[in-house]
Write a protein that binds this ligand. Structure first.
Ligand SMILES: Cc1ncc(COP(=O)(O)O)c(C=O)c1O
Length: 440
């Protein structure tokens, strides 16, 4: 190491000649060192590319693909499947009123503890304990974050260091892979046979065991799975818990969509599957099912040691989730009777329409058991997937996310079907037309 060499030289010599040589040496090493650093920082941010990430598609340059265009323009209103439509599905009543009341409260609400207002944490902890079937410590075991994404970032930062192996499902939420890479972790992929399985999500448990045997000490997964809508069965969750216990693995479970389930689909919370509390962090939030994404609220709960680290980091990132917005969490899990059931029925109808359209066109598509994502498989195309996604926007006014964001899935596209039903159906037909045009 350059600094060690320099100080050894000074200690062992004392002659100005050697000092001079070593000073030159350290100057060179520092120069080289900073170059190496620069390269690694550049590399880190290069792999964080956001041009194809959900919500960013509108920033893609259509001009890049105009020369690939075949066929006519396909008319229809813009449908943006990269995220849900909060106008088609507005938030439950009372959220804005709680926000306005918080503004009236003023400073006390603006400057909460870094981990969030103690009274709001206590209310949310009770609801989350009821929902998940295992106690939540409102003082030590929960943190309110800016969005579920904020919780994911803090949780990975609190568990993954340089060179650590992390087991990650393929496909899974686009940020998981990027976060692990950003913090210097090494991804150990675990396959999800989402098209082959029906009752299970399709997790390859042999690969999960192999990942733990190879040294992975963190397992990060979303359940329901984004992008496929698969829900892990009780058998799979139990098997994951047994393996995690055997190898001392920390589980980070992103359960953002676990409230929006279809046909009373049963759901097993991994935090209630017999693991010690310190081995599990669960992440949720009101952004999606409850359409409260604009308030940027998320929750992590479970292991007090990890939550404490997350709070330390939040103290140097955002200090806290926006104080007034935190109050909106007081509407969470308190929607009017029947509200959640109605939301689920409406989404199920859109799901069924779209799955029927894609399957009729020969695009293999898993029937989501929860959440609002579809991940149809496309046939081989005459253009690249990225080009197809751009052409879809340019030629058919439909925005989708490339499957490559979720792992090595160059033949898939992801859609968030939380949209106006008629608009979603029209856009799905346009996707099928585009596939016909660009089929290889
Ligand atoms: C699985 C999953 N986790 C986290 C997030 C981020 O959600 P939020 O808007 O609460 O930050 C999303 C958003 O799409 C998601 O699908």
């Amino acid at each position: 190491m350059p600094l060690a060499r320099f100080s050894q030289g000074v200690v062992s010599s004392g002659t100005s000649e050697i000092k001079r040589i070593d000073i030159t040496g350290i100057a060179m090493c520092l120069r080289n060192g900073s170059k190496e650093n620069m390269a690694s920082v550049e590399e880190k941010f290069r792999t964080l590319g956001i041009a194809n990430a959900p919500g960013q598609e509108v920033r893609q340059r259509s001009a890049d693909v105009t020369h690939h265009r075949q066929g006519e323009m396909i008319a229809g209103d813009l449908v943006d499947f990269s995220h849900g439509d909060v106008d088609a599905f507005p938030p439950p009543p009372g959220s804005f009123e709680r926000f306005a009341e918080a503004v009236e409260i003023g400073g006390r609400q603006a400057y909460t503890e870094y981990r969030g207002s103690a009274s709001i944490r206590a209310e949310v902890a009770r609801d989350l304990a009821d929902f998940t079937g295992a106690p939540v410590q409102s003082d030590l075991g929960i943190i309110i974050t800016p969005g579920t994404q904020g919780a994911l970032f803090l949780a990975i930062a609190a568990t993954v260091g340089d060179g650590d192996k992390v087991a990650i499902v393929q496909p899974d939420y686009f940020a998981n892979r990027k976060l692990v890479e950003f913090f210097g972790g090494e991804i150990v992929p675990v396959a999800l046979d989402y098209l082959g399985a029906e009752k299970d999500a399709g997790l390859n448990l042999a690969q999960l065991r192999a990942a733990f045997e190879a040294g992975a000490r963190t397992f990060l997964f979303s359940n329901p799975n984004n992008p496929t809508g698969a829900v892990y069965s009780a058998t799979e969750i139990t098997a994951i818990a047994v393996l995690a216990k055997e190898f001392g693995v920390t589980i980070i479970a992103d359960q953002l969509y676990s409230r929006l389930r279809y046909g009373n689909k049963d759901y097993t919370h991994i935090r209630a599957a017999g693991l010690p509390e310190e081995q599990v962090v669960t992440i949720m939030g009101p952004s999606k099912t409850e359409s409260l994404s604009g308030y940027r609220l998320g929750i992590a709960f479970g292991s007090p040691a990890i939550i404490e680290r997350m709070e330390k980091l939040q103290a140097i990132v955002s200090l806290r989730a926006a104080g007034y917005n935190q109050a909106v969490l007081q509407t969470w899990f308190r929607e009017p009777d029947g509200w959640m059931n109605e939301r689920s029925i409406q989404h199920q109808a859109i799901r069924d329409d779209l799955v029927a359209i894609f399957r009729a066109a020969g695009l293999p598509t898993r029937l989501p058991q929860a959440g609002s994502y579809l991940f149809p498989t496309l046939p081989a195309l005459a253009v690249t997937l990225e080009e197809f996604v751009k052409l879809l926007r340019l030629q058919a006014n439909v925005i989708v996310t490339a499957g490559t964001e979720f792992g090595p899935h160059p033949n898939s596209i992801r859609l968030n079907f939380s949209q106006d039903r008629k608009a979603a159906v029209s856009a799905a037909h346009r996707i099928v037309q585009m596939v016909q045009i660009y089929k290889a």
